[in-house]
Design a protein around this ligand. Structure first.
Ligand SMILES: C[S@@+](CC[C@H](N)C(=O)[O-])C[C@H]1O[C@@H](n2cnc3c(N)ncnc32)[C@H](O)[C@@H]1O
Length: 322
């Protein structure tokens, strides 16, 4: 029995609504989903070995601020503080769990760095986070996704136990043994990891020498989540763009000069209006590294920014993938 089947199979005992049935009905009718359509995620603990793996995948360390949305008995933030030296807080709707978490944090000697609040995750300010952890129902992940993408700083790491984020592809995912898992027959857990992408969309311009003469580069970038695609013109000639990658504010891609078989490998950091980085030029007769400064001449918005509410069809796809 998964977390999803816990909520659908035993609604009375858990005191929650039959979200699965409601969702199926909504999916069949194609009705738009609203926050009120979602029940609360029931309390199920993440096994300690999965907690550790989630924090390790996110490379949690002393400089991090970890926020656990729906913090249960506080194990995620308490472990982050005690074992990995981080700070942070957890929020939960259940007052008893919040009180228990604060007691457990004091017992672990980390009450000054791991604090728990009785608060709805939708009303929680996430701006302090460098890492966000979740173990929520799939549809709640989709509800919270716009807030994560809109309010977390680019580069913030997000880790989810068992459920993905629909069309937002994970940067990493894994399955691990979870012998102590209180739900599920196969005693395994999935872990999904994302880095919140910066905004690379729009038009970019810069000048660089090509075959010894300054040339004008114009790059047009489209973005959905961390997936970036684009086209580039160099002095009016189309070059090919390969291996475009975006991780937080770090962008990299390769341009190929069709006429001279030279290859330009760009890596840089996106700032408010520009990119600063380097380019490595390699070809039959050249091999050198140059400074690279690009200016955004036309702002753009990633496609995902337009999605404010879950699309029922996306939820259906997500459930089929579980
Ligand atoms: C599956 S448990 C996960 C507990 C803990 N994060 C862990 O991994 O062990 C989900 C928790 O989310 C809490 N929760 C559900 N809906 C919430 C909401 N809207 N705001 C805050 N907490 C919520 C529940 O009370 C429950 O403790």
């Amino acid at each position: 029995m998964s977390l999803v089947s816990v909520i659908t199979a035993a609604p009375r005992r858990l005191g929650v609504r039959v979200v699965g049935a409601l969702l199926s009905a909504l999916l069949l009718t194609g009705t738009a989903l609203a926050q009120d359509d979602f029940g609360d995620t029931p309390y199920v603990q993440t096994p300690q070995n999965v907690v550790d793996r989630m924090l390790q995948v996110a490379h949690v360390g002393p400089g991090d601020y970890v926020i656990d949305l729906g913090s249960g008995d506080g194990r995620m933030v308490i472990t982050a503080a005690k074992k990995y030296g981080a700070r942070g807080f957890g929020v939960d709707l259940d007052r008893r769990l919040v009180e228990l978490s604060n007691r457990l944090a004091a017992r672990a000697g980390v009450a000054d760095r791991a604090v728990f609040y009785e608060r709805n995750l939708y009303d929680t300010d996430l701006t302090a986070a460098s890492v966000v952890t979740i173990y929520l129902l799939p549809e709640v992940n989709l509800m919270v996704r716009p807030k994560l993408l809109a309010t977390l700083k680019p580069g913030t790491r997000v880790v989810s136990h068992d459920y993905n984020m629909g069309d937002w592809p994970p940067d990493q995912q894994m399955v691990l043994d979870a012998p102590d898992k209180p739900v599920g027959r196969d005693k395994t857990s999935k872990v999904f990891f994302w880095v919140v992408p910066g905004n690379a969309a729009g038009k970019w311009r810069w000048r660089l020498p090509v075959a010894g003469k300054p040339a004008d580069f114009e790059l047009v970038v489209s973005q959905n989540f961390q997936t970036v695609t684009g086209s580039v013109m160099v002095d009016g000639v189309a070059w090919t763009l390969e291996n475009a990658r975006l991780s937080g504010v770090n962008i990299s891609f390769i341009l190929n000069d069709p006429r001279r078989a030279a290859r330009y490998e760009f890596t840089g950091r996106i700032g408010d209006h520009g990119i600063a980085g380097t380019v490595r030029v390699t070809g039959a007769t050249v091999q050198r590294q140059l400074e690279w400064d690009a200016t955004r001449t036309e702002p753009g918005a990633p496609a995902h920014a337009a999605l404010k509410k879950p699309d029922p069809l996306e939820l259906q796809r997500m459930q089929q993938m579980q």
